[in-house]
Design a binder for this molecule. Structure first.
Ligand SMILES: [Zn+2]
Length: 384
């Protein structure tokens, strides 16, 4: 904070000095003010209100200096007076004496004004012009990508992301894959399955680990009745990121059922149980065990698994299997009690509402963020 006041104080001193009749030569004044306005431009990011009046005052004295006027436009935009910023930057960009670099700077500022005021078509025109100038291309392309995203023009978003990657070397594959998947979703709902397949293939090319492309491909193939291909796509997606397993599993199980292929399915689910800590693959496996070996075997399998990964959803499934099994209720109750005890021990009963730290006993001072009085009893319906 303190550092803000040093240049401001110096600036105020300079104004007072001028008022007091102390004359600098014009070039000195211009150089001085240019320096201050550059500094102020940064300052404005922290404390625009305090800097604003000083700034406007000096800008009046210095109408001809390019830097000053660019900074003034920046100020208008930050204050929300975008129309004023646009008028200023438009006038600035049309000045005949500008160097190429200044012209580019004025146009960039104008493009940002248009973005801010939601005039995306005008921003697009300005940035498309700027993108043709090598030096400014990355920044302009970044804006164009944002514009085409908000317009949901995925082809142009992809094209500009590719150009951005080529210009900067910054990898854009993950973003391009998302855009291709958006395109595929649109083509699929328009009934153009072949175009959707091609878009998904390009998504994979851009990001070989794209979970979204795998899920979309699986859906597309399942809809077309090609369940073996759907299974390959869903399994690939789940392997790339097991966190998506709860969403993928219902579709995958449907395709397994259509193909009637059980041993591969069980092997895959067992593999997922190793890589995913949640209960979803265990429950899916329990259903397969139930279908193939009966309720009793499924109940024993699930009870065994729940010892390692206690879960409320797992308990609910175990109760269902026990009711269906219609035997050995006391042994089942024993298992359920054991699992419930583990759930109670594992779940924190208190949580800091500032930093999210979880604890099993109460602390008046949060052990993690050191704030006082922020750790409170947790309203957790799985535990309380
Ligand atoms: Zn805390």
């Amino acid at each position: 904070m303190l550092v803000l006041f040093v240049p401001l104080a110096a600036l105020a001193g300079w104004i007072i000095g001028r008022r007091g009749g102390e004359r600098h030569s014009d070039s000195q004044v211009s150089k001085l003010s240019t320096t201050y306005f550059r500094g102020l431009n940064y300052l404005l990011n922290e404390q625009p209100d305090k800097a604003i009046e000083l700034f406007l005052h000096i800008a009046e004295l210095d109408k001809d200096t390019f830097e000053t006027q660019v900074a003034l436009g920046h100020l208008f935009r930050r204050r929300g007076e975008v129309d004023r910023a646009i008028r200023l930057h438009q006038a600035l960009a049309q000045r005949p004496e500008l160097t190429d670099a200044q012209k580019v700077q004025a146009l960039s500022a104008l493009g940002e004004d248009y973005m801010r005021s939601g005039l995306l078509d005008r921003a697009e025109t300005v940035f498309a012009d700027l993108a043709r100038i090598d030096q400014r291309a990355p920044q302009a392309l970044r804006h164009l990508i944002a514009i085409y995203q908000s317009e949901r023009d995925w082809e142009k978003a992809i094209e500009n992301a590719s150009r951005f990657e080529a210009a900067t070397g910054e990898p854009m594959g993950k973003l391009i894959a998302q855009f291709e998947c958006e395109l595929a979703a649109r083509q699929r709902s328009a009934g153009d399955t072949e175009a959707a397949r091609a878009s998904l293939a390009r998504a994979y090319a851009a990001d070989p680990t794209s979970v979204r492309a795998g899920i979309a491909e699986g859906r597309l193939e399942a809809e077309a009745g090609r369940h073996a291909a759907a299974i390959r796509a869903f399994e690939r997606a789940a392997r790339h990121d097991p966190d998506y397993l709860p969403d993928i599993l219902p579709m995958l199980q449907e395709s397994y059922a259509q193909v009637g292929e059980r041993s591969g399915a069980r092997a895959f689910l067992a593999e997922m149980c190793e890589h995913y800590r949640g209960i979803a693959p265990v429950l899916a496996l329990a259903r397969m065990v139930e279908a193939e070996e009966g309720v009793g075997a499924a109940r024993r399998y699930l009870a065994q698994q729940l010892k390692d990964r206690p879960s409320v959803r797992g308990e609910a499934a175990l109760i269902d299997l026990t009711l269906a099994d219609d035997a050995d209720a006391s042994s089942a109750l024993h298992d359920l009690k054991h699992i419930t005890d583990q759930l109670l021990v594992r779940n924190p009963s208190y949580r800091c509402n500032r930093c999210g730290f979880g604890a099993r006993s109460h602390h008046w001072q949060c052990p993690s963020c050191k704030e006082w009085g922020t750790v409170k009893p947790l309203l957790n319906y799985a535990v309380v």
